[in-house]
Write a protein that binds this ligand. Structure first.
Ligand code: HH2
Length: 288
């Protein structure tokens, strides 16, 4: 994170995102099988339309993904991922005027998307692939470094931690340092505890109840809890699309505890709730 004057900003390509208020990252899954919206935006034209709609609802950034990483999911071929995401990233980056993020763990896909206008690489595997680190270091995109225990296929098979907060915090700090050692300036790096990625409901709650620990690492903090299973468990809502209220509550909680970016499916209700929240917190006059 960089400070310009007294303002904190996140550097993402040619964008300098002010972090005075919590930013809303709209999710755009160009996949047939995502856990909550699989198949809805798998068609390129429909996905591009959805990107425009998310910005009209108030999204400050759009995260485009071509691989579902829901628990139990299989990997997707690079060719399929490229075919899904590149045309969407390229059209949205050209026309939308907000930063476009690519949600991928594949270096080839990340590089192609950055070449097509993406300003952020969101890697759920925490830049564990050296080829991904090379792509990151050779450009100026913003980077989301997420924690995941294991692989999507098996990550929910009895995940275990001695101290989930300390372990996830330690992991993220180490990965950020590794990226800096590879030549990435700290102002480009954001961290994400990876809600639901190799975590039980108790682990997710512990992470959310200790967000200040992640804030204290000194990088922008992103939280992605939208419609996830633990919200369904707590609110007794089995269908992901029905978990809007629970998801908005988590977004407000995250904002209250220092989160800079929330990654959500339901942009309009989240933006409305956060506007109310920012006003009550005394910073209603300024908009991002
Ligand atoms: N969650 C998902 C995917 N990507 N990226 C970050 N940084 N943080 C997250 O919490 C996160 C993420 C899973 O949600 P979704 O994209 O809706 O589902 P699927 O993986 O099934 O496409």
């Amino acid at each position: 994170m960089t400070t310009v004057g007294r303002k904190r900003v996140w550097q993402c390509g040619h964008y300098r995102l002010p972090l005075a208020r919590t930013l809303v990252m709209g999710i755009l899954n160009v996949t047939p099988d995502s856990f909550s919206d699989g198949g809805r935006y798998a068609d390129t034209a429909v996905a591009i339309e959805r990107g425009h709609a998310l910005v009209a609802e108030g999204a400050h950034l759009i995260d485009v993904g071509g691989e579902s990483t829901r628990p139990g999911s299989d990997t997707v071929s690079v060719e399929d991922e490229l075919t899904r995401v590149v045309p969407v990233v390229s059209a949205l980056a050209e026309r939308l005027g907000v930063p476009i993020s690519v949600d991928t763990r594949n270096a080839e896909v990340a590089a192609a998307c950055v070449a097509s206008g993406a300003s952020i690489i969101n890697d759920i595997s925490g830049f564990s692939d050296p080829a991904m680190v090379e792509v990151a270091a050779s450009g100026d995109a913003g980077l989301v470094v997420m924690h995941m225990l294991g692989e999507p296929k098996s990550m929910q098979d009895e995940p275990h931690y001695a101290d989930v907060v300390a372990e996830v915090c330690g992991y993220l700090a180490t990965r950020a340092r590794m990226l800096e050692d590879a030549g990435v300036i700290p102002g480009r790096i954001a961290l994400d505890p990876g809600i639901g990625f190799g975590k039980t409901t108790a682990h997710n709650l512990a992470l959310l109840q200790n967000l200040e620990e992640f804030v204290s690492l000194g990088y922008p903090l992103l939280v992605g809890a939208s419609r996830k299973r633990f919200i369904g468990e707590i609110t007794s809502v089995p269908t992901p699309a029905g978990r809007v209220q629970g998801s908005v509550a988590v977004a407000c909680w995250s904002a209250l505890h220092g989160t800079d970016i929330v990654r959500v499916h339901d942009v309009a209700p989240t933006v409305e709730a956060l506007a109310m929240f920012a006003t009550l917190a005394g910073d209603g006059a300024e908009s991002v």
